[in-house]
Design a protein around this ligand. Structure first.
Ligand SMILES: [Zn+2]
Length: 224
C-alpha cells in the first residue's frame, strides 16, 4: 500500500481522512476523534483545526474528525445496534459489521503510513482519581509501558495553565487490548495515546483543551 496523497480521502462514504503534508520531510502523526459518538469535544477540536488551516511544519499530519459517523450522529458511544468501535481492532475487511470493516481500513492505512504518533480523542463522565481505574478526565492515557516521556511534559504544560482546579491533568496507564491505539502501537511500535477530557465542563472549554493537548503532542513529535 502506498502513502495517501495530500488532500481528502475516505475510509467510508461519511468518513473523511484529511492528509496534510509539509514541504519539509518529517514524521507522520495521526489524530482521530469520534470513535465514541457521545464524546464530541475531539470531533469539534479536529474540525476547528481543519477549518482554520492548521498545518504541519514538518512531515505529515493525518486528521480523522469522526471515526464512527453513525455513533456521532446518534450521540451514543456505539451506533444504535452497533459495536463499540474501539473494541474491535484490528478489525476484519469481510466482517458483516461496519465497525470491524472500518477498524480494519484504519489499521491498514496506519500500517502503510507508519506514523510516529497516533492520538485518539475521547471524553469521560468521571473526573480522574488515581484509585478509580475507569476515571479519565483529564488524562493522557498510555497502554504500553514504559510511559513515553512526552506524556509527562504535555501534562505539565497543561497543568501550568489551569482555568479551574478540576482541570488538573494526569498521565494514566490503562491498557485496552482491542482499542485502536493499542493494536496499532503493538503492530507498528509507535507512540499511541488517548486524550480524555471530563464531560462536566462546557463543551467550548473541552474543545479548547483537546486542541491544546493535540498541538503540544504534535510539537513534541516534531510535526508542529
Ligand atoms: Zn471514549
Amino acid at each position: 500500500m502506498t502513502l495517501l496523497s495530500p488532500g481528502i480521502h475516505h475510509l467510508g462514504p461519511t468518513l473523511p481522512v484529511h492528509v496534510l503534508q509539509a514541504a519539509e520531510p518529517g514524521p507522520t502523526a495521526l489524530v482521530e476523534g469520534g470513535i465514541h459518538g457521545d464524546e464530541v469535544a475531539g470531533v469539534h477540536a479536529i474540525s476547528e483545526l481543519l477549518e482554520e488551516g492548521y498545518a504541519p511544519r514538518r512531515g505529515r499530519l493525518i486528521l480523522i474528525p469522526v471515526m464512527n459517523p453513525a455513533a456521532y450522529r446518534a450521540r451514543t458511544r456505539a451506533a444504535p445496534g452497533g459495536l463499540d468501535m474501539n473494541r474491535v481492532f484490528p478489525g476484519d475487511p469481510s466482517a458483516p459489521e461496519v465497525e470491524r470493516r472500518q477498524a480494519h481500513a484504519l489499521f491498514s492505512l496506519m500500517k502503510a503510513e507508519d506514523p510516529a504518533l497516533i492520538v485518539t480523542l475521547h471524553e469521560s463522565l468521571k473526573r480522574f482519581h488515581p484509585e478509580v481505574p475507569l476515571s479519565f478526565g483529564q488524562t493522557v492515557v498510555y497502554g504500553v509501558r514504559p510511559m513515553p516521556a512526552l506524556v509527562q511534559r504535555v501534562v505539565d504544560a497543561m497543568n501550568a495553565e489551569l482555568q479551574h482546579p478540576y482541570e488538573l491533568w494526569a498521565p494514566h496507564y490503562y491498557p485496552v487490548s482491542t482499542s485502536s491505539t493499542e493494536v496499532i502501537v503493538d503492530a507498528l511500535g509507535c507512540v499511541g495515546l488517548t486524550v480524555e477530557t471530563w464531560s462536566g465542563f462546557d463543551e467550548a472549554r473541552r474543545v479548547q483543551m483537546q486542541r491544546q493537548v493535540v498541538d503540544l503532542l504534535l510539537r513534541e513529535i516534531g510535526v508542529r
